[in-house]
Design a protein around this ligand. Structure first.
Ligand SMILES: [Zn+2]
Length: 465
């Protein structure tokens, strides 16, 4: 459910729906004005894109393995900067720094301000220079259209509008730290890198434009995405989780190309590209990390049955057991336990949890007065959730004990992000110091009973400090 979206706990889920409607990036149809390439709504100054990108790049460089071979880096940076010089909306302050991740997975991502990472696996999978240039041009599109800070802006408005009006982002110091203080954790798997389908379409448009201007076959970008999706499904899971495939990608790209100008003698390959591939082949094999299966793999059919083997999760002020075939995702103040395929990707509202459990803390307005009641605070939380789940309905509510504490159990019905289905949610709330500790157990209505034993086992394992 939207209220259970793991990265939006409590108050922050409020405005997401409205904002999605107001600030949807231009996508889909490419009209005559398509070449104007207008970035969507953004709260950040362009210089803050660069700073935010730099801060997160430093973190990523520390955490993830990089290829350090000078020949490979020289090639990728020469190519990247050449492409970027044709980017619309470019700015001389952008860093345009290209790094190669030492991973055989096929992936690439862009941080705000021009910090672009291309996986070794993506270079190896490209059949020619135009294809890898296509990926890099697409990532450059995310940079110049400022999709990362656009997503952060939306999340901020949803959760801390007053803080923004107060000008918190105007201060000096680490932007990442300021955002973390507002409950918005960034990093490798954060909203900085998760693009909506409309952002994808726009990055496709810009990428195609850059390829054309740089003299490459502009079909190469969409072709590459299509090839890797079919040929290497296992190695592209993360790429397509962060870059959801826009509807009609190939068709849209093909129809943009004639509008860019006359067909040319396209460049497709270079000896330097082939030499770079050779060079990569000669380097030691990438470390074989076994990445956790992404929870957001686009699901066809329901997730596998929850495992009865449980793993303990130690959170801030609590611990809980969860099935060992579920994935844990966590940010500053929310944690979600998600079965494989339990997240549904939607063009407008992004990722929504359709199965699993979400735990967060909610700060009721009434807590400002110090003395507040569980029932009123839970009602306040429900009102907040209703803003993004307008059809949310309470089926029944009753008192219960949770580790000896007074708790409230609320059974809810709402629309499932799975098309045409209803969703059932069990919300359990209790007081923990001055906030409302809440667990939401989520499943489509038709499967809720099947999930109930797992939910009960999780609830029984809960320990609160
Ligand atoms: Zn993308």
């Amino acid at each position: 459910m939207n209220g259970g979206r793991w990265r939006r706990s409590g108050k922050r889920l409020v405005a997401s729906m409205t904002l999605a409607l107001l600030f949807l990036a231009p996508g889909g149809a490419w009209g005559v004005e398509s070449l104007k390439f207008k970035p969507a709504f953004n709260l950040f100054k362009m210089q803050q894109d660069v700073q935010l990108g730099k801060e997160n790049a430093e973190q990523i460089d520390k955490e993830l393995p990089l290829v350090t071979d000078p020949q490979v880096l020289r090639y990728i940076n020469d190519l990247g900067r050449r492409l970027a010089s044709f980017a619309p909306n470019n700015n001389s302050e952008y860093a345009w720094t290209f790094k190669v991740m030492n991973s055989s997975d096929i992936n690439a991502f862009a941080l705000p301000g021009g910090y672009i990472y291309v996986n070794r696996g993506a270079i190896m999978a490209a059949e020619n220079e135009a294809q890898i240039a296509g990926v890099m041009a697409h990532e450059s599109g995310h940079v110049v259209m400022r999709h990362g800070t656009h997503a952060v802006s939306q999340a901020l408005l949803a959760q801390a509008p007053l803080a923004i009006l107060g000008g918190i982002l105007g201060q000096t110091g680490s932007i990442t730290a300021q955002l973390a203080e507002m409950g918005l954790g960034l990093g490798v798997n954060s909203i900085l890198l998760k693009n909506s389908r409309s952002a994808e379409s726009q990055a496709d448009e810009v990428g195609t434009y850059i390829l054309y201007q740089a003299g490459y076959d502009p079909h190469a970008m969409a072709q590459f995405f299509e090839i890797i999706e079919k040929k290497y499904p296992q190695k592209t899971i993360q790429f397509f989780a962060d870059h959801p495939v826009p509807e009609n990608r190939i068709k849209d790209v093909d129809s943009e190309i004639p509008r860019l100008g006359p067909a040319k003698e396209w460049k497709t390959n270079s000896p330097e590209f082939e030499a770079t591939k050779e060079r990569l082949l000669s380097l030691p094999a990438p470390p074989t990390a076994t990445p956790a299966p992404p929870a957001s793999a686009s699901s066809s059919g329901p997730p596998p049955v929850p495992s009865s083997r449980l793993i303990k999760f130690e959170g801030k002020g609590f611990s809980i057991d969860y099935p060992d075939n579920w994935q844990m995702q966590q940010n500053e103040d929310a944690v979600a336990f998600i079965p494989p395929g339990g997240i549904v990707e939607d063009a407008e509202s992004g990722s929504t949890q359709a199965y699993g459990t979400s735990i967060s803390r909610f700060q009721p307005q009434s807590s400002r007065q110090g003395n507040w009641g569980l029932v009123d605070a839970t009602q306040e939380l429900l009102d907040t959730m209703r803003l993004s789940n307008p059809n949310l309905r309470v089926i029944k509510q009753g008192g219960m004990k949770l580790e000896g504490r007074a708790a409230l159990s609320t059974l809810l019905e709402t629309d499932s992000p799975l098309q045409g289905q209803k969703e059932r949610d069990l919300l359990v709330t209790t007081r923990q110091s001055n906030s409302l500790f809440s667990l939401i157990f989520i499943a489509p209505e038709s499967l809720f009973d099947a999930y109930k034993p797992t939910f009960d086992a999780m609830l029984q394992s809960l320990e609160l400090q």
